[in-house]
Design a protein around this ligand. Structure first.
Ligand code: FES
Length: 143
C-alpha cells in the first residue's frame, strides 16, 4: 500500500495528540469493521474551537487523518468545523489508498460527535445543528 508523504508525516509525528482536561465536548467513535477507536476533545470559547486534542487507537491512516483534521479545525468556528468533510481531510493528506478511505470517516465523525456533546452539555439538542451522526459504532466499541 502506498501512502503519500503527507500521510507518513502525520503518522510519524501526529499533531494535537492527547487529552484536554475539562474539555467542553468529547466525541468518541469507533469503526466496527476494524475495531479502531478515535476520541476527540474540544475546548470551545465563544463559538471558537480554541483547542483540540485526540487519541486514536487505530491504524496509521486513522492517526494521520485525526492529526490533520485537528489541525484543520483548530482556531475555527464551530460552523466551519462542522463543514469538515472526510473528503477535505483526504485531500489535505494528498490522498489515501481506497481501502483506507473509511478510516478518514472516523475523523469527521469524531469532530461532529464532540461538537454534539458540547451542545448537549449546554442543554441544546444538537441534532438540528450537527445533523444525525451515522456512527459506525454499535455500542460495543467503547472499552
Ligand atoms: Fe481501522 Fe483504519 S483500519 S480506522
Amino acid at each position: 500500500m502506498i501512502y503519500s508523504e503527507k500521510v507518513m508525516e502525520h503518522f510519524a509525528a501526529p499533531h494535537n495528540v492527547g487529552e484536554i482536561e475539562n474539555a467542553d465536548g468529547i466525541g468518541e467513535v469507533g469503526n466496527e469493521k476494524c475495531g479502531d477507536i478515535m476520541k476527540m476533545y474540544l475546548k470551545i470559547n465563544a463559538g471558537i474551537i480554541e483547542d483540540v486534542k485526540f487519541k486514536t487507537f487505530g491504524c496509521g491512516a486513522a492517526i494521520a487523518t485525526s492529526s490533520i483534521a485537528t489541525d484543520m479545525i483548530k482556531g475555527k468556528s464551530i460552523e466551519e468545523a462542522l463543514k469538515l468533510s472526510n473528503k477535505a481531510v483526504v485531500e489535505a493528506l494528498e490522498g489515501l489508498p481506497p481501502a483506507k478511505i473509511h478510516c478518514s470517516v472516523l475523523a469527521e465523525e469524531a469532530v461532529k460527535t464532540a461538537i454534539a456533546d458540547y451542545y448537549r452539555r449546554q442543554g441544546i439538542d444538537p441534532e438540528p445543528i450537527v445533523g444525525k451522526i451515522e456512527s459506525h459504532c454499535h455500542g460495543d466499541c467503547h472499552p
